[in-house]
Design a protein around this ligand. Sequence first.
Ligand code: SAM
Length: 244
Amino acid sequence: MLFDILTIFPGFFDSALQEGVLGRAIINGIVKVRAIDLRDFTADRHHTVDDRPYGGGEGMVMKPEPIYRAIETLKGEPPPPVTVLLSPRGRVLDQTFAAELAGLERLVLICGRYEGIDERIHDHFVDIEISIGDYVLSGGEPAALVVVDAVSRLMPGVLGCEASASSDSFSDGLLKYPQYTRPADFMGHRVPDVLMSGDHARIARWRRERSLAMTFKRRPDFLSVVRLDEKDAEFLNKMGWRPE
Ligand code: SAM
């Protein structure tokens, strides 16, 4: 999958794209990420990307022309991209949305700065807007990185162990069960015995129940949409959960 990131700070991505799972996916050629400098698409000698807002008010607004030119240039190269504006007004990224995006061949991610981007880009030149949560960042770059990371780890071959993405939080609609490693006793806090029992059926049931309990405690809203079997419902009922 190809991610083209349009930004006025291409250096922002340098170290993040070299590390860990994402760095390996790039080295292995499963994912390609290009951080493209929006200033290369300006037409004046100062490489201006922003201007004062019409109607007055605080701050600066990103001009439409460099963004338009960059989008058109990138559209001229195959494969055809889906253009994405990172924006607090966009559809909030969750695991389902990330999985939908992982099915695409190419994304152009446009990072805003300042007070945001001229509305005509929102209205006429992007396919979707994505928010990474209900808070305001100083720029779209951290959001673009979140999108690249969350989407990439869902692509075949990116995670060392294929099972890991499917057992992540959210993948089955629940939060993930707790994990432990050595030592078995850490400052008097012991790893649950069941995990050292070698009984795989009991371990699987324990993990399912911990996932259910964690989700009930922290994100009970998930339980109204997740697929629960009879055993799950019985376990949750005992904890005080009632289906809506
Ligand atoms: N004035 C804008 C508003 O109130 O909606 C916020 C502009 S913000 C300071 C600058 C840029 O950061 C935005 O254009 C957008 O690209 C990015 N950004 C901020 N919060 C974001 C979020 N929650 N998700 C995705 N992008 C975000």
